[in-house]
Design a protein around this ligand. Structure first.
Ligand code: GDP
Ligand code: MG
Length: 597
């Protein structure tokens, strides 16, 4: 135990965590020439393509320092705010953290939020000034920023480049010298923290854990404290690039466990593993179920594919426990699912995986947050509304609450005005403004989460010319004056297009939605009126003019044979259209409310 170091790397997205992790693996000889591949720890294809780390991963390195062999367990963490719960669990499994700061970008919103998480867990922080090879690097200034933030000495900041490998030896020395060895007692009952799990179609769910006390042995009867389930530890081992089977993983170390669990939902990140017969009395604190933040409908483009979609979603859920879904039906779209996601990125990832891994073509409806509604009749009973069309009749409503967040934005002083106007437009209330340096400002707002879902990131990027970083954390539900804006096409309500909108913005947004839909829905053989309504009251109207007859004959006449349909399904970049009544609606139209400017 004396010679184990458990550490993670935390940083704002793109500051170079994954690249630096690769260099550490190189330098310690943890990968062979043949295994070398950029960003080794990002194993999911999607992660590689998008250059982001979605799931955290752990890897064990061996390193000899001043004649002594050490075991270094590195836990890579995702940088995106959608996955911040995973960051907090990986942090809890460590004694130290490398805090990576891009030498050109300096401190950003997630640098700070991750640092706070690490400090809350009493981690030793090793500041690393990364990307010093960049011509645009500002090593002196950024070192000053880091010193200000941490209250450390400038000498403690390690200069490095994940690209060239410069400074990697100093980082390893600091990991060994500055990060304390794990504590804990081998003689106590098993207490291990689950910080991640990965689904393997052949072996079932692999659970990654850190042993705090006791040890976990092959064949041991174990219990997961939060779920109460018992299992046999069929296999345990350490995480090298490949798994290395062991008989026992002892106090302080990190490893994997295989128990034959087939469903990722049984393994909850943050749960405690203990001995079934002699359970620990101190389960690790702070276990939380991950809650979905954003909901949307997912429907098959072809109604016949409903069962296939259900199968695919079930399989996806086996390996992504944060995905939740329940069947729903929409008058417009037929049978589909209401799905809950951690955030917008998670939603995109699920949609993409459905397409790539399961070859499904789906329509996703406008995402929304989860509301609490209360009726006059039962003002104390919460009605959870995950779909705007489930909102009780306005006349029966007492009040509606929506989730609020604390948003933290770091930007340059030049853009403070722009960022403030944007946040105020998004119903934000400023709560704090701090100058980090003369040029860099941290702004805090209380804002409705729904406003972040709608087009916030892109707008923030635009108004700040890219010089703003953003992070948020939930702060609970607040009452808001929300109304449901419905959209009617051809005088029929399309339930999938309904949205809950603040009363003050409802007219403007209703109008913009009609205009946007007019742009997005292709002209057909007949005039299509588009209306926005609040209850029975029409608040806006547009008309899509009919095409001239001779043109439409060719496009829309005749039956499409089954074979051609199948062929089209295979074709990439296929058109996603959904027939609603007698109107064909393209996928973009279902998302229209997201991009109204
Ligand atoms: P992460 O999001 O923190 O994991 O960041 P990545 O490791 O994926 O790196 C983000 C981008 O920065 C990639 O394009 C890397 O090639 C680049 N990058 C990472 N480290 C360095 C570095 O030390 N120098 C330079 N010039 N580029 C780097
Ligand atoms: Mg990464």
């Amino acid at each position: 135990m004396k010679h184990i170091r458990n550490f993670c790397i935390i940083a704002h997205i793109d500051h170079g965590k994954s690249t630096l992790a690769d260099r550490l693996l190189d330098f310690t000889g943890s990968v062979t020439e043949r295994e070398k591949q950029d960003q080794l720890l990002d194993s999911m294809d999607l992660e590689r393509e998008r250059g982001i780390t979605i799931k955290s991963h752990a890897i064990q390195m061996e390193y000899t320092y001043e004649g002594q062999e050490y075991i270094l367990n590195l836990i890579d963490t995702p940088g995106h705010v959608d996955f911040s719960y995973e960051v907090s669990r990986s942090i809890a499994a460590c004694e130290g953290a490398l805090l990576i700061v891009d030498a050109a970008q300096s401190i950003q919103a997630q640098t700070i939020s991750n640092l706070y998480l690490a400090l809350e867990n009493d981690l030793e922080i090793i500041p690393v000034l990364n990307k010093v090879d960049l011509p645009s690097a500002n090593p002196e200034e950024v070192t000053d920023d880091i010193v200000d933030l941490l209250g450390c000495d400038p000498e403690e900041v390690i200069h490095a480049s994940g690209k060239t490998g410069f400074g990697v030896d100093n980082i390893l020395a600091a990991v060994i010298e500055r990060i304390p060895a794990p504590e804990g007692s081998y003689d106590e009952p098993l207490q291990a923290l689950i910080f991640d799990s990965v689904y393997n179609p052949f072996r079932g769910v692999e659970t990654y854990f850190r042993v705090m006390n006791g040890s976990i042995k092959k064949g041991q009867r174990i219990k997961f404290v939060a779920t109460g389930n018992e299992y046999n530890a069929d296999e345990v081992g350490t995480l090298k690039l490949n798994q290395v089977v062991k008989k026992e993983i002892k106090t302080g170390d990190v490893g994997y466990l295989i128990t034959g669990i087939k469903d990722a939902r049984e393994v909850k990140v943050g749960d405690t593993i203990t001995d079934a017969k002699e359970p620990t009395t101190n389960a690790i604190e702070g276990f939380e179920d991950v809650k979905p933040m954003v909901f949307a409908g997912i429907y098959p483009v072809d109604t016949e594919d409903y069962e296939e979609l259900r199968n695919s979603m079930e399989k996806l859920q086996l390996n992504d426990a944060s995905l939740v879904f329940t069947p729903e039906s929409s008058a417009a779209l037929g049978f589909g699912f209401r799905c809950g996601f951690l955030g917008m990125l998670h939603m995109e990832i699920i949609q993409e995986r459905l397409e790539r891994e399961f070859n499904m073509t789906v329509i996703t409806t406008v995402p929304n947050v989860s509301y609490h509604a209360y009726t006059k009749k039962n003002p104390d009973e919460i009605i959870i509304v995950n779909n705007p069309s489930d909102l009780p009749d306005p006349s029966s409503l007492d009040r509606v609450e929506e989730p609020y967040i604390k948003a933290t934005i770091i930007t340059k002083s030049d853009f403070v005005g722009n960022v403030m106007s944007l946040c105020i437009e998004k119903r934000g209330l400023i709560t704090n403004q701090t100058y980090l340096t003369t040029e860099r400002v941290e702004l805090s707002f209380d804002m409705p989460l729904a406003e972040i879902v709608f087009d916030f990131y892109d707008r923030l990027k635009t108004v700040s010319k890219g010089y703003a970083s953003f992070d948020y954390s939930p702060i609970g539900m607040r009452a808001s004056k929300l109304v449901r804006v419905d959209i009617l096409l051809n005088a029929q309500t399309v339930d999938a297009l309904s949205a809950l909108i603040h009363f003050d913005n409802a007219y403007t947004i209703g109008k913009k939605m009609c205009e946007k839909l007019k742009e997005l829905i292709p002209r057909q053989q007949f005039d299509i009126p588009i209306q926005a309504a609040i209850g029975a009251k029409i608040i806006s109207r547009e008309t899509i003019k009919a095409l001239r007859k001779d043109v439409t004959a060719k496009c829309y006449g005749g039956d499409i044979s089954r074979k051609r349909k199948l062929l089209e399904k295979q074709k990439k970049g296929k058109k996603r259209m959904r027939q609603v009544g007698n109107v064909e609606i393209p996928q973009q139209a279902f998302m229209a409310v997201l991009k109204l400017n």
